[in-house]
Design a protein around this ligand. Sequence first.
Ligand SMILES: NC(=O)c1ccc[n+]([C@@H]2O[C@H](COP(=O)([O-])OP(=O)(O)OC[C@H]3O[C@@H](n4cnc5c(N)ncnc54)[C@H](O)[C@@H]3O)[C@@H](O)[C@H]2O)c1
Length: 458
Amino acid sequence: MKLCVIGTGYVGLVGAAIFADWGNDVIGVDIDAKKIEKIKSGEMPIYEPGLAEIVLKNIEDKRLIFTTSLAEGMKDAEIVFICVGTPQSDSGSADLSAVWAVAKEIGENLKDYKVIVTKSTVPVGTNEKVRQIVKENLKTKVEFDVASNPEFLREGCSVEDMKNTDRTVIGSDSKKALDIMKKLYEHLGSPIVEADLRSAEMIKYASNAFLATKISFINEIGQLCEKAAADVSVVAYGMGLDKRIGRHFLNAGIGYGGSCFPKDVAALYRTSTDQAYDFKLLRSVMEVNVLQRTHFVKKVTRKYGRNLSGKTFACLGLAFKGDTDDIRESVSLEVIRTLRGMGATIRAYDPEAMENAKKELGDANIEYAKDMYDAAKGADAIFILTEWKEFAGIDLKKVKSLMNEAVIYDGRNLLSKEDVESAGFNYFAIGKRTNGLEELKDESYMSASALLRNGNGK
Ligand SMILES: NC(=O)c1ccc[n+]([C@@H]2O[C@H](COP(=O)([O-])OP(=O)(O)OC[C@H]3O[C@@H](n4cnc5c(N)ncnc54)[C@H](O)[C@@H]3O)[C@@H](O)[C@H]2O)c1
């Protein structure tokens, strides 16, 4: 099939490459000329495991080309995918300006029947408006259909996710469009959910909001575990083995970030208020997520006070999660800003996100280390802020010998409490009693027996 993919970011570039790898002829379009030049010269503008190989192979096989001209990109395509960004606007809703701009340009250049597909995450009703904008901008009378085909890939494993998707959602009110779309995906063998436009749009938001809810839920269980002297990692493991619950997204930590969850949860909440419905659960999910990083920083201020000048902290992880260079809405950067704001000197390291983070954090009171051991040199504490696998394998003996004081704040519960404590560290984690917490002897930190008494109403 001949396809055009507009927007060559995390979704569009991966999508274009995989579609081409399935044997389709694909043209990727982006307004960012530098990005297009970079891809054409074989350099990937983003870090995604396995992506470069697939892009290069398909460019070489002449199934994948890139351009900045939307007119050229869509000319012969049967399907035109819109994969541009839909960031959060000031009001919390999705900023759809890039989608509207692309819809207008598609309308101006449409000369024969095509299916215009929105892959970007867009609120309910967006595809209907895309249809209207395309129609208003047509230069000649021509038939077209719109379809919603939300993307569920995860950054860090997006190549694998697209190839082995759990399901493909296709929303359209046109049988012709549904049949064309099914032709593209049915070889995958995974379920295809045929839906109306609005339900397809809602499936994406409901899915992300549900996953965010799982994260906030386990983070609250973690809060309770700390007070009740239980261990959230053990609790999550025990819960997750139940197939009705599932083990994914039950890792307690400093909260969710990234380019999707925060904006998608906020946008769904905004959709609910627009419909005069107060989605109370979602409001709490957002609130818990922000409080989670506050609780983490409190563990620091309870130990050192609010003036952190003179302290040097090694911060491991800048990306919003492991296996990506994406720092959008990274909780790690938020924590670093807070610690730095209280006077701490930061020594930061991330395997892939250093360049992106430098642009955000600058160089005031922050040094960028060449690896995790370099970051730990002379540090008063290590902070694990992103769940990179290499941090889990840290050599505790080696790192202790490099540090000023043996203290670890593990914001992702990446290390084993037993290993860290027996290596002589003062350890702070999420949702479990550790030697660090026990040492603080904070009054607000209720004992298990006191909690039980309160729970019994005595
Ligand atoms: N990143 C993810 O993990 C993920 C997963 C599922 C869905 N999504 C959704 O997919 C969409 C894209 O996300 P992303 O992370 O790939 O964004 P991104 O910011 O990485 O990429 C968007 C691209 O669109 C380009 N663009 C903007 N306006 C354009 C225009 N008028 N013409 C051509 N190109 C234009 C930008 O230059 C950029 O390269 C969003 O709606 C997002 O919510 C993202």
